[in-house]
Design a protein around this ligand. Structure first.
Ligand SMILES: [Zn+2]
Length: 345
């Protein structure tokens, strides 16, 4: 959900933009304009190129990447590796497509393995997964809305396993620099960031974004408590040196720590609002989501489109789970499978 206004500069204008010595930010288009673009970072490594994130598989993105690299006198065939921060379509799927064409190696965090198993499964059904999640939130109107939409098959062919699973604190030796993999579960279970300590840089993926707070729990396997993990992964950032932030959406910023502080504050405020809603009598995630304000315009849940209502309800459940985990609320599972939350009194 949006918390800070978008600055007047258009970070999403086609690149490349030099962001550090031998590193270029190349924004690639997305089919929906909500996020505007996804940044791919091209790292020059001798004659090779290593790319952080790959983009969404669509012709316009492939063309933008080819053109961006062309302006740097490079081409797609020089890309030897995609190091991908997480298994969301806008970061991963163009890498799979370009691997088919050029044999490029694709690497992804090991924590994404169960997600990839789902996404590569032809029988995976997104609507059923969303329905199950909304049942837990007791969001009957949203389930009704989902089933009123025409069915869209999950496009499993866009998904394949990576060549390499990256593990926490793994060191990747390039010829010109060293990158350290740091696991940052939260936005997705297997999200990783890439740290270049010598040059004081962090490729922060969607873990730390400059303009928005990353969505939480928007993945097929969200059995864990994603916001508990996310807040831990935010705190982890402050244990690293303060680095320059190279995010997947938005412009480069000087300090990861400064933005982490803002994100932590946002979630604490949200947790207080969530607790107050339960004390006022809302018990399910959907009931709480309906009394909370959404987006920086403070809209009601009902005024959002269906997809955003589902996202907001999922996020509310994540906040409720943090409060239950902290012992500020009780959580019970009802016979219909719904989680209900109550104040301690
Ligand atoms: Zn993203």
């Amino acid at each position: 959900m949006t918390t800070t206004p978008t600055p007047p500069t258009s970070w999403s204008d086609p690149g490349p933009v030099a962001v550090a010595d031998g590193i270029y930010r190349i924004p690639l288009p997305l089919p929906t304009d909500a996020l505007k673009a996804v940044n791919v970072y091209a790292i020059e490594d001798g004659d090779d190129l290593v790319l952080i994130d790959a983009g969404w598989v669509m012709t316009e993105s492939r063309d933008a990447l080819e053109k961006g690299l062309g302006q740097l006198n490079h081409d797609l065939g020089q890309v030897t590796r995609f190091l991908v921060t997480h298994a969301h379509r806008d970061h991963y799927t163009l890498g799979v497509a370009l691997r088919r064409e050029f044999g490029t190696k694709v690497a992804l965090g090991l924590g994404e393995q169960p997600t990839l198993e789902k996404l590569t499964d032809p029988t995976h059904n997104v609507r059923e997964a969303q329905t199950a999640r909304m049942k837990v939130c007791r969001a009957a109107p949203l389930i009704e809305g989902l089933w009123a939409l025409p069915h869209v098959d999950h496009d499993y062919k866009q998904w394949e396993f990576p060549d390499e699973w990256l593990t926490d604190r793994q060191v990747i030796d390039l010829s010109t620099r060293t990158l350290e993999v740091v696991a940052t579960p939260g936005h997705t279970i297997g999200h990783v960031v890439f740290v270049d300590r010598d040059n004081r840089l962090m490729f922060s993926g969607d873990h730390v974004l400059p303009h928005i707070t990353p969505s939480i729990g928007l993945e097929p396997n969200n059995k864990q408590l994603p916001l508990v993990s996310y807040l831990q992964s935010l705190a982890l950032m402050t244990e690293l040196p303060d680095l320059r932030m190279l995010p997947a959406h938005g412009d480069v910023r000087d300090s990861v720590h400064a933005r982490v502080g803002e994100l932590q504050q946002h979630h604490e405020i949200r947790l207080r609002q969530t607790l107050a809603a339960v004390r006022d009598g809302a018990t399910s995630a959907y009931a709480v989501a309906r009394v909370l304000p959404w987006t920086r315009r403070e809209r009601t849940l009902d005024s959002l489109d269906l997809f955003n209502q589902i996202m907001a309800t999922t996020e509310t459940l994540a906040h409720l789970d943090v409060l239950a985990e902290r012992g500020e609320l009780t959580k019970t599972t009802q016979p219909d499978g719904a989680f209900l939350f109550e104040p301690l009194d």
